[in-house]
Design a protein around this ligand. Structure first.
Ligand code: ACK
Length: 223
């Protein structure tokens, strides 16, 4: 019998246009290049490498196989909860193939992931599934996440360290936002691009002085 094609995609999201992808990659790589030369970063280098006194080349440390995007709904070809319902939403159908400008307001770096925080507009939030911020969040982090505004998890994964899955970027971002809300920010360093803060256990947050915007297209993605 003929094999049935999967009806639902791996995920939906906003995909950066090719030329935008290059621009964002360059700008964010420049930040990584500066970060690993900072004294404040070097003081916490052991959180990125087990070898004492070893330097870390962050540009090599993070890898990213997927096109740059901001996931709205991970469907897992229909295996994820709410996947079918999401695909059938009128707003989703209408948005597919449409352009949208995303605004990146911060960058995060942890021993696991490198990501860009996306600030969603009211219109963009219509495509953000209810309760999506909480999916797969550890029980200990859940109360903190529930106190954050919807869409707090929105991000673009710029890279992951060896053996780490992209889903981790959103989880790392949420952890950082919860720590910030609890007032647990440590060292702050002024950089050209913005204010860098340290949030324990190798977590860094760069609040951009000026948001980086990127033109995208909303669509589904399947491998
Ligand atoms: O960086 P991301 O948002 O994290 O983009 C990729 C994309 O879907 C394809 O893997 C995201 N992703 C993977 N698994 C999940 C999950 N369980 N929940 C939410 N997003 C996920 C991943």
């Amino acid at each position: 019998p003929e094999e049935k094609k999967p009806e639902l995609p791996l995920f939906y999201g906003w995909f950066l246009l090719k030329e935008e992808e290059e621009r964002i990659k360059c700008a964010t790589m420049d930040f990584l290049k500066t970060l690993d030369t900072l004294e404040a970063f070097k003081e916490h280098i052991s959180e990125f490498t087990s070898e004492a006194n070893k330097e870390v080349d962050l540009e090599q440390y993070f890898q990213n196989p997927l096109p740059l995007h901001c996931t709205t709904k991970f469907c897992d070809y229909g295996k994820a909860e709410g996947a079918k319902e999401y695909a059938e939403l009128q707003v989703v159908k209408e948005a597919t193939g449409k352009s949208e400008e995303l605004s990146v307001t911060a960058l995060i770096v942890t021993p696991r992931t490198f990501g860009a925080r996306v600030a969603l507009t009211e219109t963009q939030l219509n495509l953000w599934p209810e309760g999506e911020d909480k999916v797969g969040v550890a029980p200990t982090l859940l109360p903190g996440v529930e106190s954050l505004p919807a869409g707090s998890r929105a991000h673009v994964t710029l890279g992951c360290s060896a053996g780490v899955e992209a889903v981790q970027t959103g989880l790392d971002l949420l952890e950082i936002l919860v720590l910030q809300k609890e007032g647990k920010e440590g060292t702050q360093v002024e950089m050209d691009m913005g204010t860098l803060s340290y949030l324990s256990e190798g977590r860094w947050y760069l609040a951009l002085r000026e948001a980086i915007t990127a033109d995208t297209t909303f669509s589904s993605f399947s491998e």
